[in-house]
Write a protein that binds this ligand. Structure first.
Ligand code: SAH
Length: 497
């Protein structure tokens, strides 16, 4: 039995959802006799030690990881390829958590992160891993899940499309606001899995302009004694600062999320913020709830427009504070172009874009499709989608508000709708089984599945490949450099009946 305070050496062969290292103790009967001892009794795990070794398993459930024998240990700050000494801090029956005591042999892919707060900050979980290896890790993770969970064999895995420069790529930031021990205003990011704020002046993945914007807001709060919101007491005003910067237009939005109905000294803040080039929209979002959810439902514009505009390719999108919009515009274009290429639309073809958000993919497809139908659960997003269709003079798109798993079956049963191609881009939990069932009944020629969670992608592709579809190609796109997340697009074609 493995117990708390036991020590082991092991090789880290995988990374978990939060970037923690994962290794296995194959023979759980053998313990390290003393810290640092190497008298041969320490049993190391038999990881291959190679990065991207076939250790990547389902990352949404611990059970999926521990189901393959041995004792699985999760070790924060350890990296694929590291050989480490760990102390068990929490022991369950067949998995546990270890504290990193010593890196015996560092991974050949360990690098010094450029950001001095990379380890404390919860944003970039794997900045200490060489970027090329980050990509390899992500691609392998997807490939292994498709094989193991999806039971897929002969599909074409295209080489992952990474960023040329994986820095300063985000167009949206949400900074929590608080005070440090000395009572100074801090703004930055939460430390991993906590709500303590790491004051971040210069963030290596955010647009550099954020440094200026947050400084203006900090100075204004200090000068007028505007209090940050405190989670424990529910007192104070400013909760978060949301910024969005249009990558192609340079338009800037600043939205203060506040625990109140009005912003005191707003004019003083506006006069400073409007000096920033590109300032387009200054607004407040009202959130008076005792909740972790960042944004409330109400937005008020203090200055300028209630939205910014940005382009992906030739298409303009108006983005309001509450709308979902991909955070990495350069790679979003790469992703959407891939989705469009996979959809391989022929003249006259009809497409359904399910989980369409503000119609980003729908409008991309509408450039070549004869007709595109979008479905999305958030009514405000559909308002944006309809606006965006008008803005781009596209009249071959139609949007429905509702759950994809309700709208599609309803339209199919009642109105006998038809699709040549169905595109889905669900949130992490993947598609509802009833939606997949309806898609199979509708029998489109091609299905393009865009996914931000490879575990649910694998699950859904398994169903579709067992019900008349062949997974042809899979393409990973790195939208989130230095984090463990990855975006994937897959093409399925209908098998000859
Ligand atoms: N395709 C869009 C949005 C993808 S994010 C883009 O690339 O920008 C996933 C979207 O699915 C979100 O907008 C979310 O609001 C929506 N959503 C979540 N559950 C849904 C459901 N059951 N039916 C329809 N849309 C849903």
């Amino acid at each position: 039995m493995i117990q708390k305070n036991d020590e082991f050496t092991l090789e880290i062969t995988d990374l978990g959802t939060n970037g923690e290292g994962i290794g296995k103790i194959e023979d759980s009967g053998v313990k390290a006799p003393a810290a640092g001892s190497s008298n041969g009794k320490i049993k190391a795990a038999h990881g291959s030690g190679k990065i991207g070794a076939p250790a990547a398993r389902g990352d949404s459930k611990i059970e999926a990881r521990v189901a393959h024998g041995g004792y699985t240990v999760f070790v924060k700050d350890a990296l694929i390829g590291d050989k480490v000494r760990i102390k068990i801090i929490k022991a369950k029956k067949n998995y546990g958590y270890g504290r990193l005591m010593e890196i015996i042999t560092p991974s050949p892919y360990r690098v010094k992160p450029p950001c001095p707060v990379a380890r404390a900050c919860g944003g970039c979980q794997i900045m200490h891993l060489d970027y090329k290896e980050q990509l390899r890790f992500k691609e392998n993770k997807v490939h292994n899940l498709l094989e193991r969970v999806g039971g897929l064999k002969d599909f074409q895995m295209l080489p992952i499309l990474g960023m040329k420069e994986p820095y300063y790529y985000r167009n949206k930031a949400q900074f929590p606001v608080g005070k440090n021990k000395d009572g100074r205003i801090v703004m930055g990011f939460y430390a991993g899995r906590t709500h303590s704020i790491v004051d971040t002046r210069h963030c290596y993945i955010q647009h550099p302009l954020n440094e200026k914007l947050t400084q203006i807001i900090k100075d204004w709060m200090e000068k007028y004694s505007i209090q940050p919101y405190e989670e424990n007491t529910g007192k104070g005003l400013v909760r978060h600062v949301l910024t969005r910067i249009g990558s192609t237009t340079g338009q800037v939005m600043v939205c203060l999320v506040i625990n109140g109905n009005r912003l005191p000294q707003a004019d003083a803040l506006i006069s400073q913020l409007t000096k920033v080039e590109g300032m387009t929209s200054i607004c407040i979002n009202i959130n008076r709830e005792n909740t972790n959810v960042i944004l409330g439902d109400q937005v008020r514009t203090l200055w300028g427009q209630p939205y910014i505009t940005d382009y992906i390719g030739n298409i303009a999108y108006q983005i309001s504070p509450l709308s979902f919009y991909q955070v990495n515009p350069g790679q979003t274009r790469v992703l959407y172009e891939k989705a469009l290429e996979f959809a391989d639309l022929k003249p006259g073809e009809v497409v359904w874009d399910l989980y369409c958000g503000i119609g980003t993919i729908s409008l991309f497809l509408a450039q070549t499709a004869s007709k595109v139908y979008g479905v999305e659960i958030v009514p405000q997003a559909i308002d944006d989608a309809r606006n965006n269709a008008r803005l781009n003079h596209m009249d071959n798109v139609e949007f429905f508000v509702g759950k994809a798993e309700e709208v599609l079956p309803r339209e199919y049963e009642k109105n006998g709708i038809y699709a040549d191609v169905i595109v889905v881009d669900p949130p992490r939990k993947g598609c509802d089984p009833s939606l997949l069932e309806c898609m199979v009944k509708m029998a489109p020629k091609r299905i393009v599945y865009v996914s931000c969670d490879p575990a649910t992608l694998a699950r859904d592709l398994k169903y579709l490949s067992g019900n008349g579809y062949k997974v042809e190609k899979v393409q990973c796109v790195d939208m989130f450099g230095h984090s463990v997340h990855v975006e994937t697009v897959a093409l399925l074609t209908r098998k000859a009946q």
